[in-house]
Design a protein around this ligand. Structure first.
Ligand SMILES: Nc1ncnc2c1ncn2[C@@H]1O[C@H](COP(=O)(O)OP(=O)(O)OP(=O)(O)O)[C@@H](O)[C@H]1O
Ligand SMILES: [Mg+2]
Length: 584
């Protein structure tokens, strides 16, 4: 991006950010009023120093001696109130902005296509909501606060100085170019660092997540050293970047102080040479100059902080602007018949990898069981993931009841599908709520139990002290793989959808449990179109239709008996498994 384009995009980002402040405009206005009073009170104090010193100490004016302490207290009482209003007001607005941003990004996460989740690590996706949103808020509020209060303070103090001695103040104008140069240098440096910090926070979160989720692998394979080193590398990077910020801040502060010292020296130098400079005027000048210092210092970094917020906001806006799942279909049906046809379907996940599916022609009759078998990586999961439209086919067509999948409204299409995936995901809630998840929320307890029974899950749920109201723990950690699978099957059964997809749904079950579930499934499969993927061929022997996939193509299809008779891939696979079973 060239400079001008960057300016334009920064400007549109600012405009968009201001949109988030709109709901809080009244509170923001009160906060700004607080800031004005805050800055004003400080300047006022610098101003009253002049009469104070002159009249109290030089003239010993009795009226002043009585009123001065009262005035001082009044000024600072007013300022305290203003500071409170300003701080609470900005915090209120800032929290509101964080909340709104988080909700929006989260809402967008729920709508983004599967490809979005493939493209980025989950750590970066999490950090966006935990960390990046905070950055935006602090830019919106803290930096704005600094910009307003400190700019006003500088202006106020300059007025005080002008009142005290216009000539001397003009002399001090020579400070301005050096201050401007300083601000420019600092903000350039900041901009470069802030993008890096954001990225490094994502990496920190990512490693953390992997280690927490994979603590068993880390232990067994002795990954501690490796993880330690990896974590050290990213946290060091984060530390270095933050230190760079601190160094920049530090240098800016020192430079401001140096420039200010020169200014003070100038005041002292000239004060003695000008006629009529009273001690009061001198004190007022010194105080105004000194009071300006912290503000000047903060102002050198405020633009940079705003930059950081803009960088963060751009990251969030990019996600908010990315296209959600395509949902242009309008067709709504209460319950599909379930006739599925794949026509020359290809799927490429990315152009740099070969196609995962390569010209699939397959017909799944309504109410029948179609089994997909094939080597690992042959494209079975990819094929079924096209049905709920997790991915869009790169070319070819998929028809459901004779109509293209895309014609159905997405939620209506998904309402027709029950799905047990290869990796069971349970939510940190009770078993009952996991079975009656999402749109099934209103399901009655009797139905939930019936589904659990059919999935052969009651066998382990019933003995639990709280039965189906037991918490499953985070990601279902409190249950075994097979138990989790049975809960997921119960969920699918409860949904009672016309299309049932079972991707290795019984792979973690023992033969006996599988047998029991198979009976329940068989009963259910009668009225619905089922796609079942299984490596264990005994699971799918009774399927109405079996398709053998290899390298993204259907290489054989037919019934179990037909395929055995053909003596091809399936027969070979079967021989192998049967042989193993014999030996076992
Ligand atoms: N989200 C994805 N992004 C990119 N490539 C993918 C993705 N999912 C799968 N693939 C690739 O597509 C090919 C088919 O994968 P798929 O998961 O469909 O195989 P599968 O037949 O289900 O294998 P398994 O029996 O091991 O589950 C593989 O080469 C895999 O690397
Ligand atoms: Mg798979």
């Amino acid at each position: 991006m060239n400079g001008a384009a960057a300016e334009v995009s920064a400007w549109t980002t600012y405009r968009r950010l201001f949109g988030y402040l709109r709901p809080f405009k009244w509170i923001a206005a009160i906060a700004v009023l607080g800031m004005v009073v805050d800055a004003g009170a400080l300047s006022l104090f610098a101003r009253v120093i002049k009469p104070m010193v002159d009249k109290l100490f030089m003239l010993r004016d009795p009226v002043m001696i009585f009123w001065m302490p009262v005035i001082i207290i009044a000024i600072f009482l007013l300022r305290s109130l203003a500071v409170y209003v300003e701080n609470y007001g900005t915090a209120y607005v800032g929290r509101g902005v964080v909340q709104a941003m988080r909700e929006q990004v989260f809402g967008q996460y729920l709508k983004l296509p599967a490809a979005f989740y493939d493209a980025e690590t989950s750590g970066h996706q999490i950090a966006r909501i935990t960390y990046t949103a905070e950055q935006v808020a602090s830019a919106c509020t803290d930096s704005l606060k600094v910009a307003i209060v400190d700019a006003l303070t500088v202006v106020g103090m300059t007025v005080v100085m002008l009142l005290a001695s216009p000539l001397l103040t003009l002399v001090l104008l020579i400070m301005i170019p050096s201050m401007a140069l300083l601000v420019r240098a600092v903000s350039r440096r900041y901009r470069r660092i802030s993008h890096g910090i954001q990225g490094s926070m994502g990496s920190v979160t990512n490693i953390l997540e992997e280690v927490v989720a994979g603590h068993r692998e880390v232990k067994v394979y002795g990954g501690q050293r490796y993880e330690d080193a990896r974590f050290e590398a990213v946290t060091q990077r984060n530390r270095r970047l933050n230190l760079k910020v601190a160094a920049t801040n530090g240098i800016a502060t020192s430079m401001v102080q140096l420039v200010a010292a020169v200014a003070l020296a100038l005041i002292v130098y000239f004060a003695t040479r000008f006629q009529g400079m009273t001690p009061g005027t001198f004190s007022s000048l010194m105080l105004a100059m000194g009071g300006m210092l912290p503000s000047l210092k903060r102002l050198t970094t405020v633009q940079a902080n705003l930059q950081r917020g803009v960088a963060a906001a751009e990251d969030l806006f990019e996600v908010l602007d990315s296209a959600p799942e395509a949902d242009r279909g309008t067709l709504r049906v209460p319950r599909v018949h379930g006739d599925i046809e794949f026509r020359k379907v290809t799927l490429e996940y990315g152009s740099d990898r070969g196609p995962a599916l390569n010209g699939i022609d397959l017909h799944c009759d309504a109410g029948k069981v179609t089994a997909l078998v094939g080597r690992s990586g042959s494209g079975k999961s990819s094929l079924v993931s096209l049905l709920p439209r997790f991915y869009e086919a790169t070319s070819g067509e998929i028809l459901l009841d004779g109509k293209p999948l895309g014609d159905y409204a997405l939620d209506n299409l998904r309402a027709q599908i029950a799905w047990v995936g290869q990796n069971v995901v349970l939510f940190n809630d009770t078993i009952a709520r996991n079975i009656a998840y999402g749109a099934l929320e209103g399901a009655g307890e009797a139905d939930i139990i019936a589904a659990a029974e059919a999935a052969n899950a009651m066998e382990f749920i019933a003995p639990l002290p709280e039965g189906i109201h037991t918490m499953v723990g985070e990601s279902g950690t409190l249950f075994s793989g097979g138990q989790r699978q049975r809960i997921a099957i119960a969920r699918a059964l409860l949904k009672n959808a016309p299309i049932l997809i079972l991707d290795e749904a019984t792979s973690a079950l023992d033969t006996q449990s599988e047998h029991l579930i198979r009976e329940a499934l068989m009963r259910l499969m009668r009225e619905r179109t089922t796609l079942v993927i299984a490596h264990r061929l005994s699971t799918i022997e009774h399927a109405d239709h079996i398709a053998v996939l290899d390298a993204g193509r259907v290489v054989e299809q037919g019934t179990h008996a037909e395929l055995l008779a053909r003596g091809g891939h399936y027969a070979a696979l079967h021989r192998l498994q049967f042989h193993d079973a014999q030996r076992a």
